[in-house]
Design a protein around this ligand. Sequence first.
Ligand SMILES: Cc1ncc(COP(=O)(O)O)c(C=O)c1O
Length: 459
Amino acid sequence: MTGSHSGGNADWQRRSLASVWHPCTQMQRAAVVPPLPIARAQGPWLYDYEGARYFDCNSSWWVNLFGHADPGITAAIKDQLDQLPHVMLAGCTHAPAVELAERLSARTSGVLGHAFYASDGASAVEIALKMSFHYWRNLGRGDKREFVCLQHGYHGETLGALSVTDVQVFRDAYDPLLLRSHQVMSPDARSALPGEDAAGVARRAAAELEQLLAQRHGQIAALIVEPLVQGAAGMAMYHPQYLELARELCDRYQVHLIADEIAVGCGRTGSFFACEQATIWPDFICLSKGITGGFLPLSIVLSRDAIYQAFLSDEVARGFLHSHSYTGNALACRAALAVLDRFDSEDLLAHNEHQARALDRALEPLRADPRLEHWRRCGMIWAFDVKPEFAGGRFAEQFHLAGRRHELLIRPIGRTVYLLPPYVLDEPLGRWLAQRLGATLEQALESPDADRTPQPSVA
Ligand SMILES: Cc1ncc(COP(=O)(O)O)c(C=O)c1O
């Protein structure tokens, strides 16, 4: 017996608050916004312990691709469970890890030839940073130990990843513990000057990057970016030209380019890898979240062959001596293979674009709302900002709570409302979603207890 499963919603909420320390949560506030108790999930729907349903507007923190309980992924995991749930990957190997590495490399046309496995996004970022530094060290250039990241970028919350994250609320408390990094201008298209378009912002941001690289390239190991969309910044979207220019600059100044595709990979922006839209390949790709369709934790760092080669030596310490116990977990790799099977057997990207246009049409009336600004979409990510004069300090919380009353699980970031749904929309669902979003917005903005104290933004 593993405990009682007979409780209703209130019972699970009470027990959760008494025993679980929830992530990214000020637990004192959890009494006002108690965790939503979820008993089961199917497709885009989450169901609580009393049968109420919620549309998963953010794909459960951006991990779910094809809806919950997808039968293909479920079957693959069950099959793997009967053969080999897990074996250590140092000194052993197995078919799911090998096939996944081969198939991901093939998706880069072989440019990024080796896959290093870990479990979460932040651990993939740690690996890419360490590999970059160690590569230069192996080449006798150990003074290249600084990293560059974009303003408002987010790469995870372990100490290394946090060092290249520029989201104050996550970073400030730990600042004394972090590596020093350089933050350069974000190419966020919302920061366009009068008369400037998104490509112009990209060029201006790249010019700032160039200044830094020209001065300090001897000390800089890598630039890390979230390609096309800076998620935790509030779905800040930017022109692909920035990636092209960043690639050129990194080549010119001998600095690695790390593409953190943890949130934007797996078709989310309209191409399998977001970098494909700039027709560039980075030196490292970090992948996680959607790669298992939202079933199991897995992350992967793909690297170019020249990087891999620089670690080969008779000397053990020149190798990459990094590991996590569940590295290359066989169940997670099988889930990821089932995800790739779907991309290989269906034209998912075209299907998504078709779905996305239908949702665009359904959202059209809301776009005319004068209280909103900066409507934007990249692939299967939609976002808009509520103008500051209409959004109270606790806007995100009010909106989230109003969403619950309209069958939506939705968590704005500050005053940015976004949709990042599983790839299962159709026209009726799109119309329903747009209608519920509008009703939620009305309720959130009319809320009499809207507190005007500014609050930090969390995802
Ligand atoms: C771009 C990006 N990088 C890294 C991470 C960290 O991933 P994880 O939460 O799995 O550690 C996230 C998580 O949201 C992310 O969006």
